[in-house]
Design a protein around this ligand. Structure first.
Ligand code: CO
Length: 230
């Protein structure tokens, strides 16, 4: 017996239900996708990206990983951002965290969990950066929830620093990065009111205002002479 029978059956029922309302839905969608939003969320099975914002297939480009972390060495995530911004031309990048995140919780513990601890180091850095605020919160659950929020804010910042986003802004593309957080107990999404929409929203040190080719002009004459002289 196919161990995934329930899933295949569900799939047929789902496709039929959609086709009943919109007979051309899948054939139209197969021709192209033009989502307006890139969603970067936690892999947690309870945080169902499209469903919780009421969007249909084709409306949300999605990347999920443990604790919705974005770091500039993660080629997987950066490739998603580049494709979304430069090819799909999404106008909004949404980082969505959630309260009670297991990844964030694990990052607060002094327990070795294995390989994942290397990933969680990124969240430990957020903790360290905000130590005064976090350690002033006595209630452990509230402290975890605040770190979940701060982690989202950090990732919104990180995205705004990427060459991809900096280039888009330099070229006057309409692109905003937003942070929000989901409550598992209520199903409600909260806007964290962190929003970057232009290069001036980022700290000066991260602003990449010029292309290298605009300022880097190697002296070819000297280089050629040097080469011939050898
Ligand atoms: Co999580």
């Amino acid at each position: 017996m196919n161990q995934l029978k329930r899933l295949y059956d569900n799939n047929v029922a789902w496709a039929e239900k959609i086709k009943k309302n919109k007979p051309n839905f899948f054939s139209d969608l197969s021709k192209q996708q033009s989502p307006e939003y890139l969603w970067i969320g936690c892999s947690d099975s309870r945080v169902v990206s499209e469903q919780l914002v009421g969007l249909q297939p084709g409306e949300l480009f999605v990347h999920r990983n443990i604790a919705n972390v974005v770091v500039p060495t993660d080629l997987n995530c950066l490739s998603v951002i580049q494709f979304a911004v430069e090819v799909l031309k999404v106008k909004h990048i949404i980082v969505c965290g959630h309260y009670g995140c297991g990844g964030v919780k694990a990052s607060m513990q002094s327990i070795e969990h294995g390989l994942i601890d290397n990933w969680l180091c990124h969240i430990k850095s957020v903790h360290q950066k905000n130590e005064d605020e976090l350690l002033a919160i006595d209630d452990e659950t509230k402290r975890l929830d605040r770190l979940c929020e701060l982690n989202v804010i950090e990732q919104v910042n990180n995205i705004s620093h990427t060459t991809i986003v900096q280039r888009a802004w330099r070229n006057h593309k309409e692109l905003s990065i937003h942070g929000c957080i989901y409550t598992l107990e209520t199903g409600i999404l909260k806007d964290l009111n962190v929003r970057f929409s232009e290069i001036n929203d980022t700290n000066d040190i991260y602003q990449l205002r010029k292309d290298k080719k605009e300022i880097y002009k190697p002296n070819l004459t000297i280089m050629e002479t040097d080469y011939e002289g050898r």
